[in-house]
Design a protein around this ligand. Structure first.
Ligand SMILES: [Zn+2]
Length: 413
């Protein structure tokens, strides 16, 4: 087999193309392959797909292809231009590359696979691309994925905020809880941020939303109520965020009490922070005895902790009515605890109770979104190379969007 035939087979070019020359340059570590169209082929206008005759050939272009063994491989071709009666002179699209790309499809998809496994700098090392080239491939892959994505509103939405780089800069992450994918990432966590997502859908489409899990965050509540029909029955405050409110109150009580005790030379609470915050059954065996002892003391922290733990039972109810009854008893206890942070947290929950109780109807949480969050956290760590917030948003969609990212050939004769 001749080298040209060998590369024709390797590249799988089809009948319309032939390899005319292969050049190996061992010192430069590269192989150059020249491709030409075979004469006498029928071509189609890239716009209207009507058959058209070859008009001339454009200037030679070069595409980076997958390596052949250790050699970087480059494809050269002067693409034919056709004359369409409607669209005039147009260049035929190369079947081995996406329009406008300097890489072949196989190379681009290899870079996409590599980007899925490591950060951009790592991808640069493994594929011999520059930062900008790899970023461009990621950027285009996401755009391609979004354009291929079916337009629909997820039935179960998760809405979560995420901080970026410096504190006080936020992103709103909207996810599809059933699919476990990120739908959309929007700058900020204001009412308008979430509205920017909803506004693309009609009222009729938004009617299909069955429930929305979110934090007790007023701007998100307002945006949902404005756009989603019957949102008041559909908003479910995420139970983990609800528990977080009370857990934070326990921590505040502990910090304050610890300070007071230290002044009296009592350091019982030293090194106990995490014991009070974790669920009781998660406490490691070797600390159980110590914790059992300290939690049965008269400490304020122990009282706050007991109130927190008892709220965990609330979620086990099957019927909203019974859960509501339980909450009332819990609320009475919490608000009579004489522990300011606990009282404050209890009042926050009471204010939002209607949409905490919707949990017993829809049974959704942002746990999926939290899973995505840890993935996003990883992206953030990999993302010291992301030069701005927009890059970061694209990367989230690349890794978590569930998109069809791969480059494919455009239809050709
Ligand atoms: Zn045409």
């Amino acid at each position: 087999m001749r080298d040209t035939e060998f590369y024709e087979a390797l590249l799988g070019l089809g009948e319309a193309w032939k390899v005319t020359k292969v050049e190996l340059n061992p010192t430069a570590g590269r192989i150059d392959v020249w491709i030409e169209d075979r004469g006498g082929c029928k071509w189609k206008c890239p716009e209207c797909h009507k058959e058209a005759t070859v008009y001339d050939h454009s200037q030679e272009r070069v595409w980076r292809h997958l390596d052949t063994c250790q050699f970087g491989t480059y494809i050269h071709c002067r693409l034919p231009r056709v004359k369409c009666s409607q669209h005039g002179v147009r260049q035929v699209l190369a079947p081995w590359a996406a329009s406008g790309s300097r890489f072949t499809l196989l190379f681009e998809n290899r870079v996409i696979d590599t980007l899925k496994e490591c950060d951009i700098t790592g991808t640069n090392h493994l594929t011999g691309t520059t930062w900008y080239e790899a970023w461009k491939i990621m950027d285009k892959a996401v755009d391609r994925g979004l354009s291929r994505k079916e337009r629909r509103v997820p039935e179960y939405l998760g809405i979560d905020e995420k901080s970026f780089a410096k504190r006080h800069r936020y992103e709103t992450v909207i996810s599809d809880l059933s699919r476990g994918t990120v739908e959309c990432v929007i700058e900020g966590r204001r009412q308008e941020s979430l509205e920017a997502y909803f506004v693309q859908f009609s009222k009729e489409e938004l009617k299909q939303v069955k429930a929305i899990a979110m934090d007790m965050w007023d701007p998100y509540i307002a945006a949902s109520k404005l756009f989603v029909p019957d949102a008041e029955d559909k908003i479910v405050f995420d139970r983990f965020h609800v528990m977080e409110q009370v857990t934070e109150a326990v921590d505040k009580v502990r910090r304050q009490e610890h300070r007071e005790l230290i002044l009296m030379g009592d350091d019982r609470l030293k090194g106990t922070k995490h014991l009070w915050l974790m669920n009781q059954e998660k406490i490691p065996d070797w600390r159980k005895a110590e914790f059992d002892e300290i939690k049965s003391t008269e400490l304020k922290t122990a009282r706050a902790w007991a109130i927190k733990e008892s709220l965990r039972r609330f979620w086990q109810y099957r019927y909203p009515k019974n859960a509501h009854k339980y909450f009332k008893r819990w609320y009475f206890w919490a608000t009579h605890s004489r522990l300011k942070p606990v009282i404050k947290a209890a009042k926050t929950l009471k204010r939002h109770l209607a949409n905490i109780l919707t949990y017993f109807k829809h049974r959704i949480t942002n746990a999926v979104a939290e899973g995505l969050n840890s993935k996003i956290q990883m992206i953030k760590q990999m993302a010291c190379g992301f030069r701005n917030q927009q890059h970061y948003r694209k990367a989230i969609l690349f890794h978590c969007g569930g998109l069809d990212l791969y480059a494919r050939a455009s239809k050709q004769p």
